[in-house]
Design a protein around this ligand. Structure first.
Ligand code: HEC
Length: 320
């Protein structure tokens, strides 16, 4: 019981702070208790791909196992499609298990998921294959609409993935002139007003239960730091990148640029882009890849904040 509560509490914590506990919780899973598994899943919110990568490494080999496969089933990041598909197609497994794997695949918003489902549907005439067709039908009207899975099922080729540029914006308004940090800190900060201003950061940060998880979660981040350090992180993000937040820039098919944070290595690669989406990219579509030395966060002067507002945000982060 207690472990479930702890799992749920991990939900808003970044991976670095929750990883060890989540792994402990994963260890405690008995392969049966759905409530426990659900709590683990909620605890892994927005960290699914990274947790999967760690569990997979620890598990070695992807034979079906009620505990490991159950955990993967609940996390079902796009990088797990191959394993889920393998279990869905394993004729030695019970239909109910294979069905639950289909269900998991059907929740993944990626063309590779639609394609896997088509391959399962075309693999035979048994119950699982027919059920895969039902899933294709259902998702075709929803999250898989653009992937043309129904055409694929009828023998059409997999639709070519086309990409668009996905860059983190470098500016969110006219540039503001900000004085040096001593001058900013000499002002009196108002945490209440800072709380309101922090709304601008939600496009990239989760603060408690609101916001998008692109950059690190900010709840509790500032309380253990001095105001000068907090201010520096906002004024000059590139000076000191948050641990684990070195950006990656890919050039993909069609010479499109994609910037973000790699969630899962391998083929396909999963990368989180501005807006919080996880893009799933086939290795053959990647032309080049480089690490970015500058931050994917725009500095305060590009966030449309004036001096007092910056000071207020520092105060808010300090007190939360
Ligand atoms: C365009 C997206 C974006 C916006 C908007 C943005 N940030 Fe960030 N932020 C990031 C990213 C990405 C990182 C991680 C890289 C780095 O450390 O610079 C980050 C890092 C940080 C850090 C350092 C955290 C750590 O663990 O070291 C702080 C503090 C921070 N942001 C505060 C803010 C505040 C406050 C705002 C709003 C006024 C804001 N950010 C707006 C993307 C953004």
């Amino acid at each position: 019981m207690v472990r479930r509560e702890i799992a749920l509490a991990m939900r808003y914590l970044p991976l670095e702070r929750s990883k060890d506990i989540l792994l402990q919780i994963a260890k405690g899973y008995d392969g049966k208790d759905r409530y426990y598994l659900e709590a683990f899943g909620i605890g892994c919110t927005d960290k699914e791909a990274k947790m999967y990568q760690i569990l997979k490494k620890q598990n070695q080999g992807s034979k079906f196992d009620p505990i490991y496969s159950g955990l993967v089933w609940r996390l079902h990041p796009a990088s797990s499609i191959r394993e889920l598909k393998q279990w869905a197609m394993d004729q030695k497994l019970d239909h109910s298990i294979r069905r639950s794997m289909l269900f998991s695949i059907s929740l993944i918003e990626a063309p590779q998921a639609a394609q896997a489902m088509v391959e399962i549907a075309r693999s035979g005439t048994d119950q699982t294959a027919s059920l895969a067709k039902v899933f294709i039908d259902k998702r075709d009207q929803g999250i898989w609409n653009t992937y043309k899975a129904k055409d694929m099922l009828r023998g059409g080729k997999a639709s070519d993935t086309s990409y668009v540029d996905r860059l983190a914006p470098t500016s969110f308004g006219p540039e503001t002139k900000l004085p040096n940090s001593d001058k900013i800190l000499a002002l009196r900060g108002d945490a209440q007003s800072g709380k309101k201003q922090v709304g601008r950061c939600y496009v990239c940060h989760k603060v408690g239960s609101v916001g998008v998880e692109f950059g690190p979660t900010l709840a509790g981040w500032g309380s253990g730091r001095d105001r000068k350090t907090i201010l520096k992180a906002i004024l000059d993000p590139s000076a000191d990148l948050a641990h684990g937040y070195e950006g990656t820039e890919l050039i993909v098919k069609g010479d499109k640029r994609i910037q973000g944070f790699v969630q899962a290595e391998g083929d396909p690669l999963v990368i989180r882009v501005f807006g919080g989406d996880d893009l799933v990219i086939a290795a053959t579509d990647i032309k080049s890849r480089k690490k970015m030395s500058s931050s994917l966060m725009a500095p305060a002067s590009q966030l449309g904040l004036d001096t007092q507002q910056v000071r207020d945000i520092v105060e808010y982060l300090k007190q939360n």
